[in-house]
Design a protein around this ligand. Sequence first.
Ligand SMILES: Cc1cc2nc3c(=O)[nH]c(=O)nc-3n(C[C@H](O)[C@H](O)[C@H](O)COP(=O)(O)O)c2cc1C
Length: 189
Amino acid sequence: MQDINEIIQRRRAIFPKTYLPGKPIDKAIIEQLLENAHWAPTHRLTEPWRFQVFHSLESRQALSDMMVDFYKRNTPAESFSEEKMKKSGDNPLLSGAVIALVMQRDPEARIPEWEEIAAVAMAVQNMWLSCTAIGLGCYWSSPRAALEADDFLTLEPGQRCLGLFYLGWHDMPQLPGKRGPIAEKTIWR
Ligand SMILES: Cc1cc2nc3c(=O)[nH]c(=O)nc-3n(C[C@H](O)[C@H](O)[C@H](O)COP(=O)(O)O)c2cc1C
């Protein structure tokens, strides 16, 4: 119990600007993360998680370009900033890998959509805790550029992108967590 308590409480969102540049993530590690994701609970065994891995520099560059283009197309002239535009594509290039998080709706809609989104979120938590266990930084990001990237990701019918999972090695000290008391959110009946 102590082992899992420690990993759960040590888990943090670690952002790409703190990732060590040029330190690659082995494909085998990413495969293990995906395998752990795959063991999340899933109502009716729909296994609604789909993942698109951007590992090579070329693929991360394409993701970055898409995000810059999204900023250009969706930012009104009065709030447009050249600097923000450039920055909008930084994260994929600062990361060792990025995983697009996609939910596949059950074609027969045997369970409500929220249960499939919940199952994908549990799969993400499995990856996040696995990263924590091996000291790999990561975080779930949900920018509009990703949520509306159906064309870029060539999503199939019933698929919906729920965000991007950034990954990278880091040497940051343990960040303190911020949570209120659980007792305030609990009623014992
Ligand atoms: C579904 C989901 C979407 C998130 N999207 C973003 C995001 O777009 N930008 C961001 O900075 N953090 C995002 N986060 C990460 C949270 O900001 C982070 O978990 C929170 O600050 C608590 O920090 P901790 O995870 O280190 O405890 C997201 C988390 C979840 C679960």
